[in-house]
Design a protein around this ligand. Structure first.
Ligand code: SAM
Length: 389
């Protein structure tokens, strides 16, 4: 016998013969271990185990044409959407027994004993947050991020979203992208130290990294290790699935032999760290993420296609706007100050502005900064000025 999560939808009058027929049709389409409907006088009972909400919505559209009690049937999908805890199995949401195998006896006690993020305790971060000076507010600044940031006060940035040069040998305008690895990481860590300093207490830094797999350099681990040593709290890791591998199977490594097979990746990483506190201060009026976006995006594998128009912007490694949109809506409030110290042609600053955040973008290339400004000008012409809360 299946065990279900029950939702009851009541109405003033009894369900009709036509409603009962619709319920029977519905039950024939879905399996016992997915969803079933029952009715009892004026109560519609939803028996739920697991369901693909898109498939359910499609079916409901058909049922609504056939039944009498449309208002009650219309409530089924939103009531299911309102259930906040569920497991995921392919396209389906699982509402029963999804965490059975994870049950730990006396979990809270054990958690208390173990302690969380022990590596970030006893930090010296100041809890006094400041306003960013006007000369840095909503600006694109051309210069070396390390030098520019030295002028920015401590604790005045809410969120940093960035992608450093990867040291792959890409053809950037201004800087070389092929340093010795030690020099590369030393320079990067100077900039990341400044990033930590300027972040507010409770602020977040999200770093998109593609390790150089072919050189066996796990940049995402090396960079994460740096943040952990600086006593930042590791909030998590997003796997950015780009589905874009185009290298031949046999390009590196051994073909059809265990001697040295080469692993292939179609994804990059986004490492997320918090300064001092996992919780971020913010006004609930300034939340702009929808319930559906929230449910989808907290699943930390994001399938987002890479930017297709890089040639038009003349930059070899741009963010797709959709990626920035997810990061900003999930981790920041409207009116927050967003910084990208490797702003390139300004995808972060563009999306920040579009989503009513304040921004500061820094890049070493004059050419890229000009393009980032141009993008902002086009946006301002289209949307008009908004008032920053
Ligand atoms: C991976 S790209 C970022 C692209 C950006 N996300 C976008 O959507 O356009 C890295 C950028 O870092 C810039 N850069 C490299 N070294 C820098 C430095 N020391 N200070 C500031 N920018 C730097 C490069 O010019 C390049 O545009």
């Amino acid at each position: 016998m299946n065990n279900y999560k029950e939702i009851i939808i009541s109405q003033d009058k009894n369900f009709t013969e036509k409603d009962i027929k619709s319920i029977q049709n519905f039950n024939r389409v879905f399996k016992d271990n997915e969803i079933q409907l029952e009715c009892d006088n004026n109560r519609l009972i939803v028996l739920l185990r697991e369901i693909d909400l898109n498939v359910l919505q499609e079916r409901m559209n058909k049922i609504l044409i056939q039944c009498d009690s449309k208002e009650s049937f219309q409530k089924i999908v939103p009531s299911i959407e309102n259930i906040r805890s569920f497991g995921i199995n392919g396209n389906k949401r699982v509402y029963v027994d999804y965490n059975k195998e994870r049950k730990v006896q006396n979990r809270e006690l054990k958690e208390e004993k173990r302690g969380q993020y022990y590596y970030a305790k006893n930090n010296n971060f100041s809890k006094i947050n400041k306003q960013i000076p006007d000369r840095f507010l909503n600006k694109i600044i051309c210069g070396d991020a390390c030098q520019v940031m030295q002028e920015i006060p401590d604790n005045c940035i809410d969120l940093i979203f960035t992608s450093p040069p990867y040291n792959f040998g890409l053809e950037y305008q201004q800087n070389q992208d092929d340093h010795y690895w030690e020099d590369y990481f030393n320079n990067l860590f100077k900039i990341f130290s400044e990033c930590i300093r300027v972040l507010k207490y409770g602020g977040r830094i999200l770093v998109n990294i593609q390790p150089l797999f072919s050189d066996y350099i796990p940049s995402h681990h090396i960079i994460s290790n740096f943040f952990i040593q600086q006593k930042m709290i590791w909030k998590g890791e997003i796997l950015w699935e780009k589905n874009n591998y185009n290298c031949k199977y046999t390009a590196w490594g051994s073909w059809k032999s265990p001697s040295n097979p080469y692993l292939k990746y179609t994804w990059e990483f986004i490492e997320i760290f918090c300064k001092g506190n996992l919780k971020k201060e913010g006004n609930s009026d300034n939340i702009d993420i929808s319930a559906e976006e929230f449910k989808q995006w907290v699943v930390a594998k994001w399938s987002v296609a890479p930017e297709r128009d890089m040639k038009d912007w003349g930059h070899p490694a741009m963010f797709p706007e959709k990626l920035v949109e997810r990061a900003l809506k999930l981790f920041s409030f409207q009116g927050d100050v967003i910084l990208d110290p490797f702003n390139g042609v300004g995808t972060t600053t563009f999306v920040a502005r579009k989503l009513k955040r304040n921004y500061l973008g820094i890049d070493i290339s004059k050419e890229y900064c000009k393009k980032a400004e141009e993008r902002m000008r086009l946006l301002n012409e289209n949307v008009g000025l908004f008032s920053v809360k």
